[in-house]
Ligand binder design. Structure first.
Ligand code: F6P
Length: 357
């Protein structure tokens, strides 16, 4: 008999349900009896003992469903060691609930912050297996996270829709893409959607180079330009600021997001009409794409195998086209970013895409 606690933490994404279904199915089909305790709303559920016992029926019909049947929340890692408003020691509370339920292990699905806490629980002596979820694809130790491809599809659809209206009106359009501090989503959606300029956090932009690229297109007879801008895009001047100086600038920031600042600068420097589209959380919504359904199911199945073997303390990841187990201590606290000198950036530039650098 295996007693498994499961939780989804941080921002949700597509295929969380598919991944959990994969874990439970692989355990069930192994013949090993299992009890699944689903903690609600991420680590909060584990801290406050808020859980639901789940049966096979809970995992039926959820392969195609977006969101998470367990709910999710953000419980910042830096606050985990701080008592809550009633003085509760959160880490101790999580351990107590784990031991009270006599769990064999926790299956934790999450991104960067989630992995820091998962690793802390491992250090505290709990058995943990994790699965890499995030639309940002910024998790160290895995080439791919589930949710990413679905979000690329949605952001690409958005750029596709913008294309026709941009062409009719001869305007400059900015599509702002999620991804937090990392540019994978913008880079991939930008290339897939045929964006002319792609601005990502890893390659700070020079606004004059951006305007230059737009003007060059006009000179060549293109009436419109589309920019895919990462929500974390940063100018060369801002990138040169100290952390303190940058924080100060952002404290008085007058724009809703970076794209509006970039739009204003382009408008002023070029005199062109600029519009901003922010698809926002739609990028995390809807059904997982087929790739993510398969990918998350495979990762879930492999997590089931680790649990059956009693191999704990790993994230199930994907490297060089193989599913691998990555030690949690290697994953926690590291960000995977786009390398400015990577092949894909070089190739995008060969296709005439400007990164504003
Ligand atoms: O990490 C996933 C993500 O969607 C990021 O791309 C984005 O910056 C952030 O979460 C948004 O967070 P929230 O849903 O808390 O606004």
């Amino acid at each position: 008999m295996k007693r498994i606690g499961m939780l989804t933490s941080g921002g949700d994404c597509q295929a969380l349900n598919a991944a959990m279904r994969g874990v439970v199915k692989s355990l069930s089909y192994s013949g090993e009896p299992v009890e699944i305790y689903g903690f609600l709303e991420g680590y909060k559920g584990l801290i406050y003992g808020n859980f639901r016992m789940l049966t096979g029926a809970d995992f039926s019909g959820i392969l195609t469903k977006g969101g998470t049947i367990l709910g999710s929340s953000r419980t910042p890692f830096k606050l985990m060691r701080e008592p809550d408003e009633n003085g509760l020691d959160k880490v101790e509370a999580m351990k107590q609930n784990y031991y009270k339920l006599r769990l064999d292990c926790l299956v934790i699905l999450g991104g960067n912050g989630t992995h820091k806490t998962a690793n802390m629980l491992r250090e505290e002596g709990l058995n943990v297996v994790t699965l890499p979820k995030t639309i940002d694809n910024d998790l160290w130790g895995t080439d791919m996270t589930f949710g990413f491809q679905s979000a690329v599809n949605i952001a690409t659809d958005c750029i596709d829709c913008i294309h026709t209206t941009a062409a009719s009106h001869g305007r400059v359009f900015i599509v702002e893409v999620m991804g937090h501090k990392v540019g994978y989503l913008t880079l991939n959606a930008g290339m897939a959607g045929g964006a002319d300029i792609i601005l990502i956090p890893e390659i700070p932009y020079d606004i004059n180079k951006v305007v230059e690229a737009i003007n060059k297109r006009s000179e060549r007879g293109s009436k419109f330009t589309i920019l895919a801008v990462a929500e974390g895009a940063i100018s060369k001047e801002d990138a040169a600021l100290s952390k303190k100086e940058y924080k100060k600038k952002m404290a008085n920031y007058k724009y809703p997001s970076v794209s509006y600042e970039i739009a204003e600068k382009i408008q002023k420097k070029s005199g062109l009409d600029v519009r901003v589209t922010v698809p926002g959380h739609t990028q995390r919504g809807g059904s997982p794409c087929p790739y993510d359904r398969v990918f998350a199911s495979r990762l879930g199945a492999e997590a089931g195998r680790l649990i059956l073997n009693g191999e704990y303390g790993f994230m199930v990841g994907y490297r060089n086209r193989e599913i691998v187990k990555v030690p949690l201590e290697d994953v926690a606290g590291k960000l995977k970013m786009v390398a400015p000198d990577s092949d894909i950036i070089r190739e995008a530039k060969m296709l005439g895409i400007s990164f504003g650098d």
